[in-house]
Design a protein around this ligand. Structure first.
Ligand SMILES: Cc1cc2nc3c(=O)[nH]c(=O)nc-3n(C[C@H](O)[C@H](O)[C@H](O)COP(=O)(O)OP(=O)(O)OC[C@H]3O[C@@H](n4cnc5c(N)ncnc54)[C@H](O)[C@@H]3O)c2cc1C
Length: 417
């Protein structure tokens, strides 16, 4: 527990500013103890959890969010930057009013080391932060086939500079040029996202830029379109997207803009004007630094999101290893289960035993149409896992397009406002 007095916030900030390990225990001047929960990552999962910890825990808990960037750019809706329907500014969130409204301490730096024995984090700026409970919500990292320059071959799967880079490359295309994208092996961030991107780009080239001779090629590592198959297959036919399933990328050359891949046992190389390689994915680096991974992801107890590898450390969002999709909406949902579980544990109460989570993805398929997909997951006592309880999808339509912004507006507000 972090010992506090009436000047707790000032002492806390001073404590954070001290670089030596000997200085990490603040002065004790009162008997009051307030547990300190530190959240690493201020995205959909982490920002939601910190907010609900304070909303539900009030002054009984001290919450600090450590986020590498001062501005968060939402990957959700970022495919609409590519066709000019949104800008990255439209999708940007800062933390000033969020942190003051809920009384959350906000630090902007990267967590580089996790000392589990002493419960101390070391930040890139040299500061050290002590925690009682640690929540890791750091998102994803990429598994590249080889060392190539992502400013020449952008993934645009984390939003921001990468998104604007890909948009500039698409805008520079001439009629007859080719856009090639690769889809990673599942599990990856946002199952419908790559198929949605292929549709948005194909529609933009054909219907906005008037490129009747340009081509969109999709190389999918999976054996088929993994979600909303009917919807995306119909759109691919409508736009003339060339779709190849079961393709494994083996090399990317950023100079010749070529991708080498295997298909049905033979190796092929394809040159493209714009190459958008979305690599295979794994949990973000801090999951490995903290040693809470098993393979590429972090296994957790779905009743609490506490790591099954290290007690007192929780993992939510894209880094966790349940079968739930890696998506912002469900990260927001997991965050509330986790906030409740942390507060119950701090209060010596039993965990809630029937958690449910839900997920929604709206996929723009053009500048005027969107489809949608939802899923509900519930805890299964026998297998002690989250299992699918329900799901539905809606075909691409113009009626869905404005509903997409109602849905995203609610999610953004529930996370960052
Ligand atoms: C094109 C596209 C469309 C999408 N559409 C949808 C959709 O319709 N619906 C949906 O639900 N989801 C969608 N998603 C997926 C969604 O964006 C992600 O699943 C979501 O962002 C994951 O949230 P997260 O909090 O786990 O990770 P992130 O949003 O990546 O947040 C992690 C944060 O942690 C920070 N961080 C990482 N490591 C450290 C460290 N060591 N120290 C400090 N900070 C650190 C990062 O800077 C980052 O801000 C889409 C994604 C894409 C790419």
């Amino acid at each position: 527990m972090k010992k506090v007095n009436s000047n707790s916030r000032r002492d806390f900030m001073k404590f954070l500013g001290l670089g030596s390990l000997a200085a990490v225990v603040p002065t004790v001047s009162s008997a009051a103890t307030i547990p300190h929960v530190v959240v690493v990552g201020g995205g959909f999962a982490g920002a939601t959890c910190a907010k609900y910890l304070k909303m539900w825990g009030g002054t009984s808990v001290d919450v600090t969010v450590i986020e590498a960037n001062a501005t968060y750019v939402s990957p959700i809706l970022s495919n609409l930057v590519l066709n000019g329907q949104k800008t990255t500014s439209d999708l940007s969130f800062t933390y000033g009013s969020y942190s003051s409204k809920y009384g959350i301490n906000m630090l902007h730096s990267t967590v580089n080391a996790v000392d589990k024995t002493n419960q101390i984090l070391t930040l890139a700026n040299g500061n050290r932060v002590k925690y009682d409970k640690l929540l890791l919500a750091p998102g994803i990292d990429f598994i590249k086939t080889n060392d190539y320059d992502i400013t020449k071959v952008p993934h645009a799967w984390k939003a921001g500079k990468q998104t604007n880079l890909l948009k500039a490359q698409i805008d520079a295309m001439q009629d007859g040029d080719t856009f090639t994208m690769t889809i990673p092996s599942a599990p990856y961030r946002c199952p419908p996202g790559p198929y949605e991107r292929a549709c948005v780009v194909a529609d933009y080239l054909k219907n906005t830029k008037g490129h009747t001779n340009s081509k969109v090629v999709v190389l999918d590592a999976n054996s088929k379109i993994i979600v909303e198959e009917e919807t995306f297959a119909a759109k691919f036919t409508e736009y003339g997207v060339e779709y190849k399933a079961s393709t494994t990328v083996t090399n990317v050359d950023d100079t010749s803009k070529t991708v080498t891949y295997t298909e049905a046992g033979s190796s092929k190389t394809l040159a493209s004007t714009v190459l958008n390689v979305i690599p295979n994915q794994k949990a973000a680096p801090v999951i490995f630094t903290a040693g809470v991974n098993s393979g590429n992801w972090a296994p957790i107890n779905p009743l609490s999101y506490e790591s099954v590898v290290a007690s007192g450390i929780y993992v939510i969002g894209d880094s966790q290893a349940t079968g739930q999709p890696k998506a912002g909406h469900i990260g927001n949902s997991e965050a509330k289960i986790c906030a409740d579980a942390i507060l119950r544990t701090l209060n010596g109460q039993a965990l809630y035993t029937s958690p449910k989570t839900n997920s929604a993805c709206y996929s723009p398929t053009s500048a005027t149409e969107a489809s949608w997909l939802t899923g509900v997951f519930k805890y299964d006592v026998d297998t002690q896992t989250m299992v699918s309880a329900n799901g539905a999808s809606g075909a691409s339509s113009t009626a869905n397009y404005p509903k997409m912004f109602n849905w995203s507006g609610n999610l953004f507000a529930d996370t960052f406002a």
